[in-house]
Design a protein around this ligand. Structure first.
Ligand SMILES: [Mg+2]
Length: 422
């Protein structure tokens, strides 16, 4: 009996009228490929709506891309033929909106495209770009030979306020210039007017917040392409080579980090309230096409949930989360006893709704990165070296609890499992 037949049968069963679960969707490889919607996505959204086309289950979209949220929400709305509000659309950088203490600081934003608009959307009020730094300090960028020739003909140094923090939204262009200027800023604590005679301690280092650690991504080319994770590897390696110290991050956000999933739970809770759901959301599903990012993240968040629940119930503290994480990392326990590198901690100023989810289940689909005929889940273990330095190497986290051919079949599986009738 096929799953469609199963669904017709369980539709006759009594059901809960309000959902106590939420569904998170990765976008590329699940809802669309590039700019083209996938056909099963159009069918699946109808399963979640009543006859008046009103959604009955809280949902949100979680991508590691970096765009303006309203633009992406509009694109997904067109693909699904259903209005998706920007507040239910998460990009890699979205959790940076809870780092309130940096929002009034002078922040250098790194990336391409609408980076200042994106920073403003997140709450950053005072931003500058690497080009502003280059212009203010014309003698710094000597890896650009054209700049050497320009400077030889004369230059003017400008007054430029100290930079208080760096936010990396995505890989910039002209990596060599960006790497040089970023190292200069870190070594001088944001004011590269003169060389500092000491290397900053991890506690004193210029705060760096980075979104999206994906080393590579699949585009139209026959091989994977460099992602922002590749740029960060270069920055980390250069900093370590020059100073002998590990580069410290105040935050790493985007899948698979816990903060992104914690934020996504909050977004689902907001959507549930908007749908008139008053019961707590106890189950989260994450539908993704990439075992190393989506499924890994869902499993890591599930581990986080279980750790903090054990801790709050019995003061249980377990340090094994740190297995295989670089032992030089600056680590600490949260108030809940969860141990992770500083870069992956949930900031205390995060004003999230209360954490209610008891279980997070990753569902893998075969319409994107993962090829069911080619890969097997254990094959992902061979790529463990590709995950970011601050994330533990856990091949078992790549294994989904369920595999579905496409997102429509994934939704039918969820509705059946939840005994939910729209
Ligand atoms: Mg994807």
């Amino acid at each position: 009996m096929g799953i469609e037949q199963d669904i017709q049968n369980f539709n006759r069963l009594p059901s809960n009228t309000k959902a106590d679960f939420g569904i998170l969707f990765d976008v590329d490889g699940v809802i669309a490929r590039g700019t083209q919607a996938l056909e099963p996505a159009k069918r699946m959204i109808k399963e979640l709506c009543d006859e008046q086309n009103n959604l009955k289950v809280p949902i949100a979209f979680v991508t590691n891309a970096c765009n303006r949220t309203a633009d992406k929400a509009r694109q997904i709305s067109n693909w699904l033929d259903l209005e998706i509000k920007p507040e239910y659309m998460m990009h890699a950088q979205s959790p940076l909106s809870v780092f309130h203490k940096y929002h009034d600081k002078h922040v250098l934003v790194v990336g391409q495209g609408h980076i200042h608009d994106i920073a403003k959307e997140l709450g950053f009020k005072n931003t500058c770009s690497i080009d502003d730094v280059k212009e203010a300090y014309p003698l710094l960028d000597m890896v650009d030979h054209a700049n050497r020739r320009k400077v030889a003909q004369g230059y003017i140094e400008k007054e430029f306020p100290k930079i208080d923090a760096v936010v990396v939204f995505g890989e910039p262009n002209r990596w060599e210039s960006n790497l040089q200027l970023l190292i200069d800023l870190i070594l001088t604590n944001g004011l590269p007017t003169h060389a500092s005679d000491k290397i900053p301690s991890p506690e004193e280092q210029l705060p760096i917040l980075a979104a999206n650690m994906d080393l590579v991504f699949m585009a139209e080319a026959c091989m994977p392409r460099f992602g922002n994770g590749s740029f960060l590897v270069c920055l980390e390696a250069l900093y370590k080579k020059i100073t002998g110290h590990e580069l410290q991050y105040k935050a790493l956000v985007g899948k698979p980090c816990e903060l992104t999933f914690r934020y996504a739970e909050h977004v689902i809770q907001q959507h549930a309230k908007a749908l008139g759901i008053t019961r707590p959301i106890e189950k989260l599903y994450f539908i993704g096409d990439n075992p190393l990012v989506d499924i890994f993240g869902a499993n890591m968040y599930n581990q986080y949930i279980h750790h903090i629940r054990k801790t709050s119930n019995s003061n249980y503290v377990n340090g094994d989360v740190l297995d295989n994480v670089n032992s030089n990392m600056n680590t600490s326990k949260t108030t809940n006893g969860y141990i992770a590198p500083m870069s992956r901690q949930i900031p205390p100023e995060a004003d999230f709704d209360e954490q209610t989810v008891l279980d997070c289940e990753g569902i893998l689909v075969g319409t994107g990165v993962y090829k069911p005929t080619k890969n097997n889940f254990n094959g992902e273990a061979k790529s463990m070296h590709q995950v970011h330095r601050d994330i533990e190497k856990r091949p078992d986290f790549c294994i989904p609890r369920h595999f579905a051919d496409d997102v429509h079949k994934a939704i039918l599986y969820i509705l059946k499992k939840q005994h939910f009738v729209v």
